[in-house]
Ligand binder design. Structure first.
Ligand code: GRF
Length: 215
């Protein structure tokens, strides 16, 4: 088995990064975390990655006068480390079409909502404001349009009376930590791949169940 070389891009605490690092420790995981890269030096996620023995790099976007300059540096670093697949995990920089197109089909992101609902920020607050009863998270391929790429995996959670942004975020985050490693595994072993503007899956589905809230 050829293990794909994965870079995780972060900007903060890196809890999703940690779930990916832990999953990739499994001997049968079809990828290895070869690099954790942050656009913010000194964030907690970098220290966590170092503790886990992963190579880390900080490329401070503030040093660059143009977005393209930052992305060229990023691209060089990824190629220097012979990266095959990029996982965005709380990476808070919008990437230009130039960069996204260089990594088409090889860059994925986790978003804290059931896309296409609630693209962008403050997803939990907006879900509560809309009164939805089911919320969740999505792993998707990255395309130039923000939070709009073909979906690879989703998990749904109930929204319950008394929920706050924090309680709902925590319920969703627990699911993020499950589906992101699953989706990455599917990308690495070819069970899910991008074809045109759709995700194509190699395996069949058990379509017998349903998620209901209230249950
Ligand atoms: C997560 O909610 C993720 O969905 C979003 O940013 C947050 C990152 O959290 N893209 P963490 O740094 O992985 O803990």
């Amino acid at each position: 088995m050829t293990r794909r070389r994965i870079a995780i891009l972060i900007s903060g605490r890196g809890s999703n990064m940690t779930s990916l690092i832990e999953a990739a420790r499994a001997p049968d995981f079809p990828g290895e975390i070869a690099l954790v890269l942050s656009n913010r030096p000194g964030v907690a996620g970098l220290a966590r990655a170092q503790e886990a023995g992963i190579a880390t790099l900080a490329i401070d976007h503030k040093v660059f006068s143009r977005r393209e300059g930052f992305e060229e540096e990023l691209d060089h670093a990824l190629r220097d480390h012979a990266i095959d697949i990029i996982c965005l995990a709380g990476f808070m920089r919008v990437l230009t079409p130039w960069f996204v197109e260089r990594w088409t089909g090889r860059m994925i992101n986790i978003h804290p909502s059931l896309l296409p609902l609630f693209r962008g920020v403050h997803t939990h607050q907006r879900a509560l404001a809309e009164g939805v009863l089911v919320h969740g998270c999505t792993v998707h391929f990255v395309v130039p349009e923000l939070d709009a790429g073909p979906i690879i995996a989703q998990a749904a959670v109930p929204v319950v009376p008394g929920d706050t942004e924090e309680t709902l975020a925590a319920r969703v985050l627990a699911q993020e930590h499950i589906i992101y490693p699953q989706a990455l595994r599917m990308i690495c072993d070819g069970h899910a791949r991008l074809e045109g503007d759709r995700t194509v899956f190699a395996k069949g589905w058990n379509a017998g169940g349903a998620l209901r809230s209230p249950a």
